[in-house]
Design a protein around this ligand. Structure first.
Ligand code: ADP
Ligand code: MG
Length: 743
């Protein structure tokens, strides 16, 4: 008897797996799209879709211009009649570019952005016309009841509203004028990522100006800068559509590692494949029209992993641009038959994706406060901001850690290729030595003139030291890179607003403490420079344990960090719980960044987000295991069984036993894995039920983390073994090899 007699061949091969093969065929037919840029010169169309300063100057009266500039720079209120003028000009400009609608563009705590479109078109007393009033620009009431609020909005006060943020310019996407806004509850509490960020920036700017005055009385304003580096994966959309796990969770819950992964390091900075190159040019063009200064593109370490980075900008604007670009990337990718994966770890066994946040402070006099200067005085200013930042991280490492926590980033932090979950600061050997020298150079009591000369000499040398300082440490979560700090532990899908609000708040706090102490010392009669140096020495001493120059990936660091008393919060639930500390509540309240209620709400929302994410993954894992993987394995197993039976029919008993041995071993192997998968899916469903019954948000999240998640890993182990055993032609899910190497 033949196999075909038992199962019609088209029945065997044309059912489940056909979707996969159809997808693979589709990919083979793809050609790179032809991308036309509006002009050969980017400067010809850069920012053409943004109502930026130039366009404002062109469209607004002098009075309106003044009012908007002042709102942008000092946060002053824009009077209603001026708002009307601005709205009307904005609308006229937008209509010339084909816009028909407007929306308030905001950043709810879901992590992405949201918009609700309204038409400019209004039938006014029977006369149809296009209208956009100041009131519509200033405020909108989106139906906000379904956005996360962590208990802030009860049903009776379910309304939330969005309010214009004039410090980030309006822009056009498609046919819609988008107005960056904050999103707050009816009772004035923040329901978004932007409002706390703006408040944190305000806090740090004030504190930094106060400290700058020690060095330069002309400094009137300081702003912080953010330059993000966005990593992402691209996969073909046909293959994406054949992977329900990637579609719904952003990552592959199954899939054996391809024989070739990133071992050869041949992808990193290699030449960019044509189809991908076309996609990049296209999304960069769109980004440039939106005023996003993207300049860098390159391959990353893993196959099909890439990075885009802009020139840094003021933090609030830069963050808006990051959110915008993630959106633009997704839209443009579809046009090119790609899907963008922004998940922190789409593929186990390959590098994950991060979003390094390069951060610094700059004055209105054009000085980067984290760049060593040309003389001892400006270097002392550099050291002041440098050392205070380190001390801030030392005191509030857990706060930073909490604000980068997510189910996705858990796969990355502490895994063997990403910054560890232990927060530490890397500054390089030269600066380490400079700080050590400074710490030792002054004894108790008054400084002698010789001391002072020596210190000045040492401080004066810093720029030369840094000039040929090529120290780089890719394993540090927070590294100084010559003229800025790079916060490397931020996840690729994150809204930088949360970690940036945290960082800027803790630095604000530290700078204020510093200035208070220096002022007190000066009050006592100590000279200014000496007071500053003495204070810096204290800070260097007190923050030593956060500095680490070694390999952050090693087990030795885990042990060493524990000895130093640094926390190692390995997963999201425990990282979030650190925000419950009294010290954290006080910090945020002190600077008016978050009230206790807002902070509590955020913890609640993040715990719930985590729980939901693992729950969705676990459900999909179970479904795919039961509906895709086990049936396929059983089907192949039946073929083997029938083969053994067939051998028995055509051969002698002894011969059949001998010839069928391999098949019988395979049948046994497959049975073992099928059993394991089925049993563990049942266990997982049970654990999920138990976790769902837990009322306390933290305990429930923890149950998902410690009971449900480990079972997913084990189910995957057995399913991936089955992938290796079962006939390739039967396997329904595109394999990782196909996802990563088919272009
Ligand atoms: P590297 O990673 O080798 O230091 P770059 O110096 O080009 O490379 O910087 C990487 C990123 O750091 C870029 O996105 C850039 O915009 C950003 N960056 C550079 N200077 C600053 C700064 N002063 N503040 C914030 N970000 C900055
Ligand atoms: Mg970098």
């Amino acid at each position: 008897m033949q196999i075909e007699d038992i199962f019609a061949p088209d029945l065997i091969y044309s059912t489940m797996a056909s979707f996969r093969f159809k997808a693979l065929e589709d990919v083979l037919d793809r050609k790179p799209l032809v991308v036309e840029t509006p002009s050969g010169k980017i400067s010809d169309y850069f920012s053409e879709h943004v109502f930026d300063m130039d366009k404002m100057r062109e469209h607004l009266s002098d009075e309106a211009m003044k009012s908007v500039s002042s709102a942008m720079e000092h946060g002053t209120r824009i009077p209603r009649n001026i708002a009307d003028q601005v709205a009307s000009s904005m609308k006229d400009w937008a209509i010339t570019l084909g816009a028909t609608h407007y929306t308030h563009w905001f950043q709810p705590l879901t992590g992405s952005t949201a918009e609700k479109h309204d038409s400019f078109f209004t039938p006014l007393e029977g006369k149809p016309m296009e209208k956009f009033a100041g009131a519509n620009l200033a405020q909108q009431e989106p139906d906000a009841s379904s956005f996360p609020h962590g208990g802030i909005r009860n049903t009776f006060e379910a309304r939330g509203y969005t309010a214009w943020d004039p410090s980030s310019p309006a822009f056009i996407i498609g046919k819609t004028l988008c107005i960056p806004t904050i999103f707050i509850s009816y009772t004035g509490e923040a329901l978004d990522n932007k409002m706390p960020l703006l408040k944190a920036l305000h806090a740090v700017e004030g504190a930094a100006v106060r400290v700058c005055k020690y060095f330069d009385k002309n400094v009137k304003k300081v702003h912080t800068t953010l330059g993000w580096e966005q990593e992402y994966f691209l996969i073909d959309s046909a293959l994406y559509n054949a992977r329900p796990d990637i579609q719904l969770t952003g990552r592959a819950l199954f899939g054996h590692n391809p024989a070739k992964g990133q071992q050869l390091d041949d992808h990193y900075f290699g030449s960019i494949p044509e189809r991908i190159h076309a996609f990049m040019r296209d999304f960069e063009t769109e980004s440039h029209r939106l005023g996003i200064p993207v300049t860098t593109r390159h391959n990353e370490v893993a196959p099909n992993q890439f990075e885009a980075a802009p020139i840094f900008e003021e933090t609030n604007l830069s963050n808006d641009h990051n959110l915008l670009i993630m959106d633009v990337m997704e839209k443009v990718a579809r046009k090119h038959n790609f899907r963008v994966l922004l998940h922190e770890k789409p593929f186990a066994g390959l590098n994950g994706s991060g979003k390094h946040n390069n951060w610094s402070l700059a004055t209105d006099t054009g000085v980067n406060l984290l760049s060593p200067g040309k003389n001892p005085k400006s270097n002392l200013q550099f050291l002041t901001f440098f050392v205070n930042t380190i001390k801030a991280i030392h005191d509030y490492a857990d706060v930073l850690r909490a604000h980068i926590a997510s189910a996705g980033n858990d796969h990355r932090l502490g895994a063997n290729e990403a910054p560890p979950a232990i927060m530490s600061v890397f500054i390089g050997s030269q600066l380490s030595k400079a700080l050590d020298d400074l710490e030792k150079s002054v004894k108790a009591g008054k400084m002698t003139p010789a001391d002072k000369t020596q210190i000045k000499l040492n401080i004066g040398k810093i720029p030369e030291l840094l000039f040929d300082n090529t120290d780089r440490n890719r394993t540090s979560p927070f590294a100084f890179t010559g003229n800025k700090f790079e916060f490397r532990a931020v996840g690729s899908a994150a809204n930088c607003g949360a970690p940036m609000a945290a960082l800027n708040t803790i630095v604000a706090d530290q700078l204020i403490n510093f200035a208070n102490d220096v002022d007190a010392e000066i009050e006592k009669g100590t000279k200014k420079d000496e007071a500053i140096i003495k204070e810096l020495q204290k800070l260097i001493k007190a923050s030593k344990k956060i500095r680490f120059e070694g390999n952050g990936y090693g087990q030795e660091w885990v042990e060493e960090a524990a000895k130093r008393g640094l926390s190692n919060l390995k997963d999201t639930p425990s990282a979030l719980m650190a925000l419950k500390e009294k010290k954290v509540k006080e910090l945020y309240e002190r600077h008016g960044v978050l009230t206790e209620r807002e902070l509590e709400a955020r913890i609640e929302i993040e715990l719930e987000k985590y729980r939901m994410q693992i729950q969705i993954e676990s459900r999909l894992c179970g479904d795919l295991a039961l509906n895709h993987i086990i049936p396929t394995a059983i089907r192949y197993q039946s073929i083997l069984v029938n083969n053994v039976k067939g051998l028995q029919e055509v051969l002698s008993k002894a011969e059949a036993a001998k010839m069928g041995k391999v098949q019988i071993d395979m049948i046994t192997d497959i049975s073992g894995h099928i059993n394991a998968v089925k049993t563990m899916v049942d266990d997982m469903i049970n654990e999920r039920k138990k976790a769902n019954k837990i009322e306390d948000a933290f305990e429930s999240a923890e149950a998902y983390c410690n009971k449900v998640k480990p079972l997913m890993d084990q189910i995957r182990y057995h399913a991936d073994k089955l992938e290796l055993l079962v006939d390739d032609e039967l396997w329904p899910l595109p394999k990782l090899r196909e996802l990563l190497f088919t272009r």
